[in-house]
Each structure stands twice: as C-alpha cells, then as structure tokens.
Design a protein around this ligand. Structure first.
Ligand code: FES
Ligand code: FE2
Length: 419
C-alpha cells in the first residue's frame, strides 16, 4: 500500500516488443510508459515466472532479517524465497554468514526450523555437519581420499545496513555501497543498528508477487480499502489536498533530527541492478503522530529523534524491501514470490533496543495498524488475482495516484524484456 510522490524517472520510452520465452507480448511502452496494468500473461505464465526468479530475485539485494534476531554466536534463522532457502548465522568471530540451505552431500535441506541456536549445522539425513561459516566439519565413513576442507556450503554475499541484513544470490551483485551511500544518512536518526524486532509476521498471499508489489506501490486504494490507515496518513489523498500540511511537517522534521529530503532511484539497470532506493517523509493528519489506532505514541522515540514532527517516512531499500518509519517504531516490509501464484509479505516491527515489552510498548497496540491494513491488503490482492485470471481481463489505465505502480511496471518490463 503506498505511496511515493517523487518524480517519475523514465527509462526507455520507446516502442518495442518484449520477448519472453516463446511469447512475444504486444507493445506497451508507448508515449506514456507504465500507464496501464500488466497483461494477464505476466501473472500466469510459468516461463515468465522462472525468468523473474533468475533476472530479478537472484540478482537483487533483499532484506533477510535484522541483527537483533541473531545476537549470539550460534544463532541462525532461515530466509526462504521461491525454491531457495538460506541460513543466516552468527559465526564464532561474531560475523554474519549467508549459507544456502542445501547439504553438499546429496542435497537435503539442513535447517528445517525457521530459527534456532546451535554450535554446528547438522544435516539430519546422513549426519554431515558444518561450521557456522559453512565449512564441512564432519562426515562419517567417507574413505581416505575424502578431503573435507574442499567442501563447504554455498556462501552468498551478505551486507549489513544499519542493523538490516541484506543478502544477494548473485556471484557478482551490484555494489552494496549504492544503497549504503544513499540511505545511511536518512536512516541514522532511527539507530536501527541498536533497534530490535518486537514482532514479526508473515502474510501468505494467494497471488503472483507482482500484484502484491503493485498494490504496495500505490495509495489510490487507501481511501476505499484502508479506513484505519486513511484516518491518520495524508498519503491517502492526492498531493494537492495536503501540500500545506506537508510543508508544515517538513519544516519541523529537521528540528526533530529527521531528514526532509526526497529522492528516488528505482529504475536502476546494468551495474546498479537490484539496489534501488527511495526516501520520502510525508505528513500525518493533525492529531496523529504515529501509525497507531488513535495516532498516539506506542513506543519510546527511536534513536536520536528528539520529538514527534507529525510525519512518517517511506523508505525503499532494494527492489522488494520497504520500511515505514515512524518516530517511535519502524515497520519493515518484504515481498517475495513463493510460486507463480503465491507470494509472501513478511513484516517486522522494530522498536528501540532498550524498550521493554509490557513496560514501554504493548505488541498488540504496536502492530494493530499494519496488521489490520495488511490483512485488508491480502484480501484485495487475492481478489485482484482472481480477477486477472479471467479470460475477460484487460489491463486498465492507471490513475495519477498510481505513479509508483507505473514506475514499477516500467522497471519490471525493461528488466524482463532485456535480452
Ligand atoms: S544429504 Fe545431508 S548428509 Fe546426506
Ligand atoms: Fe494497502
């Protein structure tokens, strides 16, 4: 559901045919790119889906989790995306490792739970065990010629941005510094490196992942579908209805320790592919200072933020990761495909590292708004998925409140259509 109002950053606005597998789609990037929804094919074709996994998800920086989830040596959690599964461990040197959850013997999954703590990672099938950094430490009855030092779990690139753990499946990913340089200053006031996850929840959605992302990228649907969100957030209305309020909030942001910049770079291709980012602070309606049921604080102020300015920040950090940052908590969103017609929305609610549950915050109050809003999103996305399967579905025109959805479609078509 959301949100940015930054200027469209156009890519190639040219007539072209997009060839995907055996299909050639009709021309769509005419004088106004991204001005229509996607053709049905993109939601239903298995070949296109496989290409998306290869060309988008296995090349992008993706949020896997937060450092507070694995604070001690031996802690690990599993991140799943389509057919892939990755174990994120905290190693003996306090380092973070991203290891493909596929045993180097005969390929079994190794960690079968979503999280845990152990000295080694042991495959239950034949008992091979691995160090926390992926090196094989023990394999029984393998004979004299067997050299275990030559075997280790496949390691992925892993980076940390203000406590947020990002992974990339590619052997040659885009430089993570693109994200780090662009986002660090704006993230700094929240001190996410000292924050902790107060609650996590996954919302399985019976829809192709693009329908989930398209929905998140616009707030055209907010007024009709999210009364709880629209009560407090001015983004539910077109920008001309909230200009004065926006100026007022941005004039206060600096004094509260927050950035009033606005930028987006979400059509990156070539060397930058998979490191897209955006930032915008937007006003909340008067009387609302945070994203809660009554608009009142639900946790202590984050990091170095000194007061409530009446705004909230929308971050995009990588192509499928977003953060909605309030002065007293931060909500991180990640969208991933499960299969062609299934996706997952994973949400983490972060509070200051020293905030105590029951004393400083109540999980139900903290999570109320985005739980109720995401449950509604799940419903509307699934209804959308049912509709686009119809033989009578035709892509309709987008509203000016769906600019970011149009930008996503441009980016997607350019990526998928590239030879
Ligand atoms: S498949 Fe893991 S030990 Fe055999
Ligand atoms: Fe929504």
């Amino acid at each position: 559901m959301l949100r940015f109002w930054c200027t469209r950053v156009p890519i190639n606005h040219r007539q072209k045919e997009i060839q995907v597998g055996k299909h050639i789609t009709s021309e769509r990037l005419d004088s106004s790119p991204g001005n229509r929804a996607l053709d049905q094919l993109y939601y239903t074709d298995a070949e296109i889906y496989q290409r998306e996994i290869e060309d988008i998800f296995l090349r992008s920086w993706i949020y896997a989790g937060h450092v507070s989830e694995i604070p001690q040596t031996g802690d690990w959690f599993v991140f799943e995306l389509a057919d892939e599964s990755v174990i994120i461990t905290r190693g003996k040197e306090n380092e973070l490792n991203a290891l493909v959850n596929v045993c180097r013997h005969r390929g079994s999954r190794i960690c079968l739970q979503s999280r845990g703590c152990s000295k080694r990672l042991v495959c239950r099938y034949h008992g091979w065990s691995y160090e926390l950094d992926g090196r094989l430490s023990h394999a029984a009855y393998m004979g004299d010629g067997f050299d275990k030092s030559e075997i280790s779990l496949k390691r992925l690139h892993v980076e940390v941005l203000e406590g947020m753990i990002y992974i990339n499946f590619s052997d040659h990913p885009a430089p993570f510094d693109l994200l780090r340089n662009a986002m660090t200053e704006c993230l700094l006031p929240y001190r996410l490196d000292n924050a902790r996850v107060a609650h996590r929840q996954s919302y399985p959605i019976k829809a192709n992942w693009k329908l989930s992302l398209e929905n998140y990228s616009e707030c055209y649907h907010c007024a009709p579908s999210h009364p709880e969100y629209s009560k407090g957030h001015s983004l539910a209305r077109p920008w001309e209805h909230r200009l004065d309020l926006q100026e007022e909030v941005l004039s206060r942001a600096g004094a509260c320790g927050l950035s009033d910049q606005e930028f987006c770079q979400i059509n990156l291709q070539a060397e930058g592919f998979g490191a897209d980012y955006a930032y915008e602070r937007h006003a909340m309606w008067q009387g609302h200072v945070t994203g809660s049921e009554d608009g009142q604080p639900v946790a202590p102020l984050m990091g170095t933020i000194s007061a409530y300015d009446g705004g909230a920040t929308d971050f995009q950090i990588g192509p499928v990761t977003f953060a909605l940052a309030y002065c007293d908590h931060v909500v991180i969103y990640r969208f991933t495909p499960v299969s062609l017609d299934r996706s997952e929305c994973d949400i983490s609610w972060l509070v200051n590292g020293d905030a105590e549950e029951g004393k400083d915050y109540d999980v139900e109050k903290l999570t109320w708004l985005w739980d109720v809003t995401t449950a509604a999103d799940k419903r509307i996305i699934e209804n959308n998925a049912a509709g686009v399967k119809s033989r009578f579905y035709r892509p309709g025109p987008l509203s000016i409140m769906e600019t970011r959805t149009g930008m996503f479609i441009d980016w997607y078509l350019d990526t998928i259509g590239r030879e």
